[in-house]
Design a protein around this ligand. Structure first.
Ligand SMILES: [Zn+2]
Length: 218
């Protein structure tokens, strides 16, 4: 009986903290924009690039459709593929910060380490493009007190998404993903995609068609 009185609140508290960290829109530690409520448009975002081949394919498609998107770049990838970073900027897309290493352990690191990663990435991107970086997308969508402190120190704004496509799961047919995106579309929606994924170009074409069929601009 006494054990239950202790265990239930502890489990409830733990569940709350896990949810607050894992759900990017929870707002518990970081105020994160997950949708542009005032906008009638749909916003496309691509994480984890630049990829040596696939990012260029995505850029080709965006150019064909006259669409601007936002690329949240990993610093280490940007260092290796600087010409692609320059092309992203030259073609008018937004560039955001997605950490330097995107390490799986990043959510467990101290804020000082996170600040180092964010600053190194912002400095690199600003050197390559000549444009200031204003936005940060937390890797894995995880936010915690360390993320909050790092963002206060670096002055970047956090941005999430309202539609998670799960395009990194290669087993899910791309048609299913496009249909799921279509069902979730609302004005102001921010769609999370990854330009590093296989068939990311095919998926992008499908999603653009779904959005245009509904008469919305991107
Ligand atoms: Zn990522």
């Amino acid at each position: 009986m006494y054990l239950t009185i202790i265990i239930v609140p502890v489990l409830a508290l733990l569940s709350y903290f896990v949810w607050a960290s894992a759900c990017i829109g929870s707002g518990r530690y970081v105020r994160c924009i997950c949708r542009f409520n005032e906008s009638e448009r749909i916003f496309l975002s691509f994480d984890d690039g630049p990829h040596p081949e696939r990012t260029s394919q995505i850029l080709d498609i965006l150019a064909q459709h006259h669409i601007q998107a936002t690329f949240f770049l990993i610093g280490a990838n940007a260092q290796k593929h600087q010409e692609i970073v320059r092309r992203i900027a030259r073609e008018g897309h937004n560039i955001g910060n997605h950490s330097y290493t995107h390490s799986g352990f990043l959510p467990l690191k101290r804020s000082s380490r996170l600040i180092e990663e964010i600053d190194a990435t912002s400095n690199l991107l600003e050197t390559i493009t000549g444009r200031p970086v204003e936005w940060y997308r937390p890797p894995f969508g995880v936010t915690n007190p360390m993320t909050g402190k790092a963002l206060r120190c670096t002055g970047l704004k956090a941005i999430g998404w309202s539609i998670r496509t799960f395009d990194t799961v290669s087993l899910i047919p791309r048609k299913w993903i496009a249909r799921s995106v279509e069902r979730q579309l609302k004005p102001g929606a921010i769609i999370l995609l990854h330009d590093r994924c296989r068939d990311s170009d095919i998926l992008l074409e499908m999603i653009i068609k779904k959005i245009k069929d509904k008469g919305w601009s991107i």
